[in-house]
Design a protein around this ligand. Sequence first.
Ligand code: S3P
Length: 442
Amino acid sequence: MAKPLISERAPALAGSARVPGDKSISHRALMLGALAVGESVVTGLLEGDDVLRTAACMRALGAEVTRLPDGSWRLFGRGIGGLVEPADVLDMGNSGTGARLLMGLVATHPFTSVFTGDSSLRSRPMRRISDPLSRMGARFHGRDGGRLPMAVIGTDRPVPIVYELPVASAQVKSAILLAGLNTPGETTVIEREATRDHTELMLRNFGAAIRTEAAEGGGLAITVTGFPELTGRLVAVPADPSSAAFPAVAALLVEGSEIRLPGIGVNPLRAGLYQTLLEMGADIAFENRRDQAGEPVADLVVRSSRLKGIAVPAERAPSMIDEYPILAVAAAFAEGTTRMNGLGELRVKESDRLAAMAKGLAACGVAVEEEKDALIVHGTGRPPAGGGAVATHFDHRIAMSFLVMGMASEQPVRVDDAEAIDTSFPGFADLMNGLGARIGAA
Ligand code: S3P
């Protein structure tokens, strides 16, 4: 059932808030824990619907996965090549990351698995992974357009490939690298634009031989050697910078605010939003920089700021691909025009985010232009009218972005369905209200 929420103008935000664990890293921790020999313990795992689906799938593929009373997760893995045929369809819910990475993992196991998901995931393109994985020997039978439900007939004779990514996608890169684990020889992915490297960092941490080199002609060549001996690890998942973006932007926009967000992942390949906000004039301090599970983290201190519009370069898109919805909200409050280029991929996320943002912003009185792969927001430096009723299309980030908008616009903003927020940020409204927001049932 739909869960409409309304967000009203908030007084100055204050306090410290613990944002949930990183979604990308949580998926990978469960997958590698299921492949490693011996015990792995994951702390700070995101217990959102997307990641819980991956946990259930790793169980279905034969790993022992248990949530312990203290909230950490314990896995006993099966060793490389040890996954077993799942007895039922693997339902990945809303999760493109879970689906694409797992399809890579099973592609080089000699059994058949069938993947499905919710209506959003069933509309998302899968050829981007079935093409390279077919070259490794797997076969795929999906719906028209290469969409889920899809059967993956894993190969018992995997062959290593060298593959250049046609789209900048960490999901595609990761699917191939994970398939390469149970493949003899070296599997190489070439990316012309660097994408998030959580798979590489975690594989190295678990003991795999993986190297990243400059590729001929530009970009990076990432090579994994097959049949590594992965051994169980302790993984402390950092807090998710993509989730932290929502309270952070809220604090920038609501006058007089100062909040603290501890332990946020600040991997440079994820930090594009923060760089952009700093260029727009945001007051964000990164304190206590440290390392956690091979990933850089910091405590963020965010104070309300007057923002100015800027042109965001297209090359930055991979490092902030999930953050354009909330950046567009920040841009609506900034003085001047913010131009966001190179956003074609936003059309195939959990929803068509370019269209959803353009429509929602217009409904809230913001001057906005939508192009094929660009979004242009004209801010006046004053709070927009708000007052819109926004369609979220079961997209967590659209819902959270507009609830943040309502915290600082003239009139409250209503979203038609906030249910999807649980896929990545369970407890979002409570956390925001704890800082001073006024988000409630509509
Ligand atoms: C992710 C990669 C990105 C991102 C998604 C998570 C990952 O997708 O949008 O939310 O964990 O690898 P693409 O790689 O398809 O751009």
